[in-house]
Design a protein around this ligand. Structure first.
Ligand code: DAT
Ligand code: MG
Length: 137
């Protein structure tokens, strides 16, 4: 059993896709253990995307993730990180397999509607960043 951090990004929230995205995770069999609507400030945005500092798209990415409310979630279940990434699909929606969230609902790599942690370590770091240290297993 493990858990992962998933976030509907500002474009997904603006397009009223929170429900359809959550339904896909629920149908897969993952369990929602925490969720909240929130705005991301610059400090949290840069912390969340620290691995991308210096890349050509970094500033655009930070501005985008701060551009409107996001819906942050924690999902729990067997191979949660891997299963969530499978449901989400590849980073570039043009390359994502049909049936994945990014393939079905997005066109552009810079607005790909949902985030999912890429490892157990990232998941724990991101859950702490968004929900605080008090939210423990
Ligand atoms: P993922 O979100 O699939 O984990 P990532 O961690 O490599 O992908 O990148 C984080 C986000 O940054 C990604 O969801 C969208 C944006 N991004 C990545 N590569 C990009 C690129 N080449 N051009 C513009 N935005 C990009
Ligand atoms: Mg990533």
């Amino acid at each position: 059993m493990n858990r992962t951090f998933v976030m509907v990004k500002p474009d997904g929230v603006a397009r009223n896709l929170i429900g359809v995205i959550m339904t896909r995770f629920e149908r897969k069999g993952l369990k929602l253990t925490n969720a909240k609507m929130m705005n991301i400030d610059r400090e949290l945005a840069e912390k969340h995307y620290i691995e991308h500092v210096g890349k050509p798209f970094f500033e655009e990415l930070i501005d985008f993730i701060m551009s409107g409310p996001v819906f942050a979630m924690v999902w729990e279940g067997q191979d949660a990180v891997k299963n969530a990434r499978s449901l989400i699909g590849r980073t570039n929606p043009s390359e994502a397999a049909p049936g994945t969230i990014r393939a079905d609902y997005a066109l552009d790599v810079s607005s790909n509607i949902v985030h999912g942690s890429d490892s157990d370590e990232s998941a724990e770091r991101e859950i702490t960043n968004f929900f605080g240290k008090s939210f423990e297993l």
